[in-house]
Design a protein around this ligand. Structure first.
Ligand code: ADP
Length: 311
C-alpha cells in the first residue's frame, strides 16, 4: 500500500482554481518531488495532505489517516516545514526544539538534529539572531523533531547559498536513509533532479507528468537542447521538419530546440538558409526543465535559479 494516496484533489480560493484534480501516490521510503513554477498549486496540495487546508473535493490518505478527521494522530507521524513559518523572535533555538518536542510522543535526539543542521553551537542563540540560512535549517530541524514517518518540506533551500543548498540536500538524503519518506516541494529543477526518486510535474493545478527524473528527461525524446535568442523571426515549421529535431518551442524571442544526433549542425544550416544569425548556438544535455517545457509549453524559471537569482 502507498504511504500517501491523493485522488481527485481540488481546491479553489474564490475564483482562483489552485488545484484542479490532482492524483498521486507516495511510496514508503522515497523522496517524492512536487515540481512546478510559482503559483502552480504545489503548496496548496501539500497543505491539504498535511491537514492544514480543507480540500473542496477529493480523497487523501496518509498512513491510512484522513487529514481532515485524524489531525491529532496525523501530527504524530507527519512533520511539516512550510514556507515562512514564523517563530517568536526571542525564542532561543534550544527552546524552540524543546517546545516542538513537547508536542510529540517520540521526540528525536535534539543533539543529533542540531549537529545534522550545523546548529550545534546555537542552542542558546535567539532565533532572530540566526542568519537566514540558519533559520531555514532550523525550520527543517523542527519538521523532524517529532521523528515523523513522513516529512513535507516546502521550498527547502529558499534563501540558502549554493553551499548551504548542497549541505541541505545531503541532510535530506540522510533523513531518507533513516527511513523517513520525504515529500519535497520545489520550483528548483536541479534540486528535484538531484534528490527525488520520483517527481510529479505540476502545471496550473494539474499533474502534467509523474515519473523518475531519468524517465521524465528521456521522455522528452532527444538528448540535446539548443537555446538561442533571435531578433529575426524564425521559421518554426521548417526547423521542426529537420530529421534531427524532436521539438521546437518559441517563447517571445527565445527559441528552444530539442533533438539528437548532429542537431546543432542541422539547425545552424537551416537558420543560415533562413538568413538568421546563428552565433553562439551550442548543444547541452536535456534536463527536467526541457521535460517541463515540452509537456507544458512553459518554463520552470530554473535558469534564473542556476544563475543565483533565486525567487
Ligand atoms: P505554489 O506553491 O505552486 O506556488 P500555491 O498553491 O501557493 O502554488 O498557489 C496556487 C494558486 O492559488 C496561486 O494562484 C495563488 O496565488 C493562489 N493562492 C494560494 N494561496 C492562496 C490564499 N490563501 N488565498 C488566495 N489565493 C491563494
Amino acid at each position: 500500500m502507498a504511504l500517501i494516496e491523493v485522488a481527485g484533489l481540488k481546491k479553489s480560493y474564490g475564483a482562483t482554481q489552485a488545484v484542479r484534480g490532482v492524483d498521486f501516490e507516495v511510496e514508503e521510503g522515497e523522496i517524492f518531488g512536487i515540481l512546478g513554477p510559482n503559483g502552480a498549486g504545489k503548496t496548496t496540495t501539500v497543505e491539504c495532505v498535511a491537514g492544514i487546508r480543507t480540500p473542496d473535493a477529493g480523497r487523501i490518505s496518509v498512513l491510512g489517516l484522513d487529514p481532515r478527521t485524524d489531525r491529532a494522530e496525523l501530527r504524530q507521524v507527519l512533520g511539516v516545514q512550510l514556507q515562512e513559518s514564523r517563530l517568536p523572535e526571542r525564542l532561543r533555538v534550544g527552546e524552540a526544539l524543546d517546545l516542538f518536542a513537547s508536542f510529540y510522543r517520540r521526540p528525536a535526539d535534539q543533539g543529533r538534529l542540531l549537529h545534522d543542521f550545523g546548529l550545534q553551537d546555537k542552542r542558546r542563540t535567539p532565533v532572530k539572531a540566526l542568519s537566514g540560512g540558519q533559520q531555514q535549517r532550523l525550520s527543517i530541524a523542527l519538521a523532524l523533531v517529532g521523528s515523523p514517518k513522513v516529512a513535507v518540506l516546502d521550498e527547502l533551500t529558499t534563501g540558502l547559498d549554493p553551499r548551504g543548498r548542497r549541505d541541505t540536500w545531503q541532510v535530506i538524503e540522510q533523513v531518507r536513509d533513516r527511513g523517513v519518506t520525504v515529500v519535497l516541494v520545489t520550483h528548483f529543477m536541479e534540486e528535484a533532479e538531484r534528490l527525488c526518486d520520483r517527481i510529479a510535474l505540476i502545471d496550473q493545478g494539474r499533474i502534467a507528468a509523474l515519473d523518475t527524473p531519468a524517465a521524465l528527461i528521456s521522455g522528452v525524446s532527444g538528448d540535446q537542447r539548443l537555446r538561442f535568442r533571435s531578433a529575426d523571426a524564425v521559421d518554426q515549421a521548417a526547423l521542426s521538419e529537420l530529421d534531427e529535431v524532436v521539438g521546437v518551442i518559441v517563447e517571445g524571442r527565445t527559441v528552444t530546440v530539442t533533438g539528437s544526433g548532429d542537431v546543432t549542425g542541422a539547425v545552424e544550416a537551416e537558420l543560415r538558409r533562413q538568413g538568421v544569425s546563428t552565433e553562439g548556438i551550442r548543444a547541452e544535455a536535456t534536463t527536467l526543465e526541457d521535460a517541463y517545457l515540452s509537456l507544458t509549453g512553459r518554463s520552470l524559471g530554473a535558469y534564473a535559479d542556476s544563475e543565483g537569482a533565486d525567487a
